[in-house]
Design a binder for this molecule. Structure first.
Ligand SMILES: [Zn+2]
Length: 371
């Protein structure tokens, strides 16, 4: 038994890591276990687009090495150095730097946790090919599947076309998630751009992922092939804890991003979450999750813990009392009753209750679906 991983083969001219891995598995001269797709820390310095790394347990021994050597040199190495296509042009793009790793023993679990929550360097040992991609490849091998979901991926032969009615049906199946935007009904399963992926359908069980994949293939343009991966998507593994924060300052930047206490950032694209951040008052408290990057916390979910309005008390007759002036108490404008209390604090009903997250298409692959 050995562990095989690859990462970072994405490029403008193809080389999508999931397809490279699919073809590698199809060619392997040995049996293998469940293929796995892992997402790692999104801010790692030299990640290419997509941030997916792949791994699998293979049922063989060292004798596979010459075969892998040859496969590496003829099929994967030629992908090196191509600059990946990006939908997020504000981030510097690095040329792809593919890596492949082979370990006799599964790398220790800590390596995965460090790689999903921060920057790590190369993992020693085993047999390794290539460059930076070896980091993600080894981290994928180290994943212990503590929290897992499934994704069925199909790769297109030429055009990218998925039937909307089939997608609607799949969206209604128990156990699929993030198929369509619940408000606009726009499909979320197909990427844009030159990537060879026709669709990636996410599910909470293997059976549902398989069924949904088969249904979608029937309603799609011709494909190269398909495969179901076990993944750490929607695991929340990248976030260790939630924090409770009291609002001291709140500012809205140009573009609508909201910054709380100079540290907690709710991007304008984050929809309801951004509205909720705008809605909060000084003195309110909220629970949150987010990734720290360059001394800011990029919020991924918030929940109001406490929010209050200061207002004049209600009179026994039901009318809102009014101030008589500084230190003069309050008086009912209707029945003229007086009271000494000047203010009452009232709980505000949050604009949205429970955990609030960005819209589905603006969430990280790793983001857990909170309810
Ligand atoms: Zn009154």
């Amino acid at each position: 038994m050995m562990w095989l991983g690859i990462d970072d083969t994405d490029s403008l001219d193809g080389g999508c890591t999931t397809l490279v891995f699919h073809e590698l598995l199809d060619s392997l001269p040995c049996e293998y276990g469940q293929p796995r797709l892992t997402r790692l820390w999104p801010f790692a310095a030299q990640r290419t687009r997509g941030n997916a790394s792949l791994s699998v347990e293979i049922y063989t021994d060292d004798e596979i090495i010459p075969w892998l050597d040859n496969y590496w040199n003829t099929k994967i190495l030629p992908l090196r150095g191509q600059v990946s296509d990006s939908e997020h042009s504000e981030r510097k793009q690095y040329p792809s730097d593919p890596g492949m790793v082979l370990f006799q023993e599964q790398p220790e679990e800590d390596y995965y946790w460090n790689a999903v929550r921060g920057e790590v360097t190369f993992h020693d040992g085993g047999k390794q090919w290539g460059g930076n991609g070896r980091i993600g490849a080894a981290a994928s091998c180290a994943w212990r599947e503590k929290n897992s979901t499934w994704e069925g991926i199909a790769w297109r032969l030429e055009e990218r076309r998925v039937d909307n009615d089939v997608l609607a049906k799949v969206d209604q199946m128990d156990g699929t998630f993030l198929c369509r935007d619940p408000r606009t009904k726009r499909g979320l399963i197909s990427p844009r751009g030159p990537c060879p992926v026709m669709f990636g359908i996410r599910a909470t069980s293997l059976d549902v992922a398989k069924n949904a994949t088969e249904l979608l293939i029937e309603g799609s343009a011709p494909i190269i092939g398909s495969r179901v991966f076990k993944t750490n998507q929607a695991s929340g593994d990248h976030l260790e804890t939630t924090t409770t924060v009291t609002v001291h300052t709140k500012e809205t930047l140009n573009g609508g991003h909201v910054v709380i206490n100079g540290k907690y950032l709710a991007f304008s694209e984050s929809g309801k979450m951004n509205l909720l951040a705008q809605w909060m008052n000084e003195g309110d408290s909220f629970e949150c999750m987010g990734l720290e990057y360059e001394n800011m916390i990029h919020l991924e979910a918030i929940k109001i813990v406490d929010s209050k309005n200061r207002s004049r008390p209600l009179c026994d007759c039901g009318t809102r009392m009014k101030s008589m002036g500084s230190e003069q108490g309050v008086r009912c404008p209707k029945c003229k009753t007086r009271k000494s209390d000047s203010w009452v604090e009232e709980n505000r009903q949050p604009l949205f209750s429970g955990w609030v997250q960005p819209p589905p298409d603006k969430r990280r692959h790793l983001a857990k679906i909170l309810t």
